[in-house]
Design a protein around this ligand. Structure first.
Ligand SMILES: *[C@@H]1O[C@H](CO)[C@@H](O)[C@H](O)[C@H]1NC(C)=O
Ligand SMILES: *[C@@H]1O[C@H](CO)[C@@H](O)[C@H](O)[C@H]1NC(C)=O
Ligand SMILES: *[C@@H]1O[C@H](CO)[C@@H](O)[C@H](O)[C@H]1NC(C)=O
Length: 353
């Protein structure tokens, strides 16, 4: 499975005719982030695209104390041409966080995707590319210094077999691009800001997870700060055309988290969604609820797992159906903003001891 470039796209979907049944089991006053805080963790978050959708601010207020801007802080959005920065969109998210007293998981500084052609195909030599990277990190980190709780410093540097992705960063700089990126991030962000490596398919406890552990060790071997590893958790609840099978069980998820947490860094789920073949049925939604519970439980079983972020609020806007035809219903609220059984599953996984 290779969907990094697909992850790049945040699609405002026209909607897949799916109307998942709404869920019973919600008690007034439930709150995902309050549940996480009650268990000594620091956040429950959602990916956020600010849009004209009145249901969303209420849910954000009730359920989340953190968000990840889906696109606004990516390189193509912030530095579309060399040393020419555009912050109109990203600033809206910074303001939203401030006005609503929310953490931001800022996303992302060094990535091969949604990277403008002037960087990706610029043919720069090692020294120049490092200077370009430094300038970008410096400007972004400075502008959002008191805004970003966490930064995804490097995103998706690994192939599925755990070797380094042959991106412009790796091809030009070599694996030193990782410590170098973290060095600049540490230099220009506030000391309190947590610096993360973020990737997908780390949840299987396989060679790609070993690759993430290797990155943590590499950065640390230079004496450079790395605070955490983000496990995206774009998973499926059953075999689908884009997933060979269902998500791993709690023990595998937990082992995968420990592989990096045991190296002395925080871990978090950063982009959770659990897709299925649509249309959803009551039975499939019940299975999905158990997977949400399992993912949450694995986090709560690992002391260094500081939080969880779902990749959007409602199925109405999820990126999945637009990119993986015939798949979807991956989030916790249905297209009409009713809580799905997944909500109760997630909450149960957080609260159950
Ligand atoms: C690029 O420069 C950096 C910093 O000097 C160095 O660590 C890295 O090995 C160099 N990469 C190549 C491919 O020469
Ligand atoms: C979890 O999944 C792994 C890999 O498929 C399997 O070996 C293990 O027995 C499962 N554990 C439980 C508790 O079901
Ligand atoms: C996780 O992977 C390691 C090897 O890297 C293995 O020893 C361990 O049994 C795995 N744990 C689970 C639960 O899959």
């Amino acid at each position: 499975m290779h969907f990094s470039t697909l992850l790049a796209t945040s699609l405002a979907l026209a909607g897949s005719a799916l109307a998942a049944p709404s869920s019973p089991g919600h008690v007034k006053g439930d709150s995902l982030y309050k549940a996480m805080l009650s268990r000594g963790r620091t956040f429950a978050g959602t990916a956020l695209t600010l849009r004209d959708e009145p249901a969303e601010p209420k849910i954000v207020h009730q359920e989340f104390n953190s968000f990840t801007p889906e696109n606004a802080m990516k390189w193509e959005s912030t530095e579309p041409s060399r040393n020419s920065f555009t912050f109109t969109d990203a600033d809206r998210y910074a303001k939203y966080a401030k006005d609503n007293k929310l953490q931001i998981h800022c996303h992302t500084l060094v990535w091969h995707s949604q990277l403008p052609a002037w960087v990706a195909n610029g043919g720069f030599d090692n020294k120049t590319l490092i200077a370009i990277m430094e300038n970008h990190i410096k400007v972004l980190a400075a502008r959002y210094k008191n805004v970003c709780t966490r930064w995804d410093v490097v995103n998706e540097a690994l192939e599925e077999d755990g070797t380094y992705r042959k991106s412009v960063w790796y091809n030009t700089i070599g694996d030193a691009f990782l410590p170098i990126a973290f060095k600049f991030a540490a230099k220009y962000t506030d000391k309190k800001t947590k610096l993360f490596y973020n990737d997908y398919n780390l949840e299987y406890n396989g060679t790609k997870t070993d690759g993430a552990a290797r990155i943590v060790k590499l950065v640390k071997s230079y004496g450079i700060k790395i605070d955490g590893v983000g496990y995206q958790a774009h998973l499926a609840t059953e075999a689908t055309p884009t997933s060979p099978g269902a998500a791993p069980n709690t023990s595998v998820l937990e082992a995968a988290l420990r592989k990096t947490a045991d190296l002395g860094v925080d871990v978090a789920y950063t982009e959770i969604d659990l897709r299925m073949n649509t249309p959803a049925t009551a039975a499939k939604l019940a299975v999905q609820a158990r997977f949400y519970e399992s993912v949450a439980k694995s986090c709560l079983n690992v002391k260094r797992c500081v939080g969880m972020t779902v990749w959007g609020i409602s199925d109405k806007y999820s990126w999945i159906p637009g990119v993986f035809a015939g798949e979807g219903a991956a989030l916790v609220w249905d297209e009409n903003y009713n809580k799905k059984p997944a909500y109760a599953g997630l909450l149960k996984g957080i609260l159950k001891k």
